[in-house]
Design a protein around this ligand. Sequence first.
Ligand SMILES: Cc1ncc(COP(=O)(O)O)c(C=O)c1O
Length: 461
Amino acid sequence: MSVPAHIEIERARIKKLTEREAARLNERTHGSRSFYERASRSLVGGVASSYQLRDPWPIYLSHGKGPRVWDVDGNELLDFHNGFGSMVQGHAHPAISKAVQERIELGTHFAAPTEDAIVVAEELQRRWGLPKWRYVNSGSEATMDAIRIARAATGRDTIVKIFGSYHGHHDYVMVSIGVDYDKIGDRLEPLSLPYGAGIPQAVVDLTVAVPFNHAEAMERKIERLFEEGRPPACVIMEPALMNLGVVLPEPGYLEAVREITRKHGVLLIFDEVKTGLCIAPGGGTERFGVTPDLVTLAKALGGGLPSGAIGGTEEAFELVDAEKVVQIGTYNGNPLSMAAARANLLEVLTPDAYAHLDALNEHILSSCQAVIDKYSFPGYSVGVGSKGCVTFSPERIVDYETFKANQDAELCELAWLYNMNRGIFMTPGREEEWTLSITHSFDDCDAFVAAFEEMADDLTA
Ligand SMILES: Cc1ncc(COP(=O)(O)O)c(C=O)c1O
């Protein structure tokens, strides 16, 4: 499927504007530069996580309030990054701050269950229609434990994932992501490749990738794995990809995946670390109307505190219940995170909040599309719930292969610089999307669109 005719952007123009905007940003972020110089002496790369790296230096933040953040140079920015989608509530939300403050006075950790953990599980049960829940502290822990539960439930070792999908930093899933275009292998039977060093080959071999939006390829692969005597325990996937910009499931795809997995006795895990709580009260499960066997949550659950959860059917959790699968963690259900999650779920992310996010997103998506149409810009806007992006591609992105073949990394970098120099804090990296918060206004969205239009105008004038 092609998008309408577009103009060719001159590469020299992108380069020139990138140089201009990068110089401007450097000029405005001397404080971040000093922090970086100091940080580099103790923190590897000057950052806490490699996803915070940036050349020539990261932008160090000091604080946030509502839809805004401030960097250490005092630059005020409207936040569309929102902590990789964790802060859909906006920063320092009064209800969450109050809940956390009250909890701090009562003690923050016992490694014993508290009432808030029950209340949060009851609310997640209601939202996802899945009866059983457990907690963890991050998305990586959630997907790691969900995979172990699926392996135990099926007695199988192999797992299937979507090529290009990120599911956290543990070995099982650090496979077949971030691979260069010429290394993907056959489109329908892509290779299992480690994401970075230190992943044992034996683990890599247990993780098999299939393309997104291609149910037949998934079924063929599952059947092949049965023939080879290594049937899969689970398919782990995001219901909508959120790590290649935004890639929505084609109509009927998730239903077909549900049918295929059920038919072959393979557990379906929806990794809703990004989609969950951000695209509907019950995440992609509710939005797309397909219920998995297991679901993983993190990011937006804790309202800015580390937390994560795994939900599932009675059958999926049977062996955890029977203490055959050991699902544990000192900080699981931490009272501070649970207090924040309770306020987040019951007081902040209400039906009205989701209606507001939907209306905002519709507005920003259609306004970005209007700019694309006006300038015949190569790309399209796409999103769902609080999530969206402008995908700088002349072709529709449906999977990793089309993403890699068409995404324009230089344009993504330029767009990020334009945003930063015009008061818009956006997720760095071309795989990322915006997350709106419930504290954003239509005017805030218009500021984002204005920055994009300025870039489109400068590139096409
Ligand atoms: C879909 C998905 N799953 C899992 C994770 C891992 O979450 P965490 O960084 O909290 O470990 C991420 C993080 O970006 C994610 O996007």
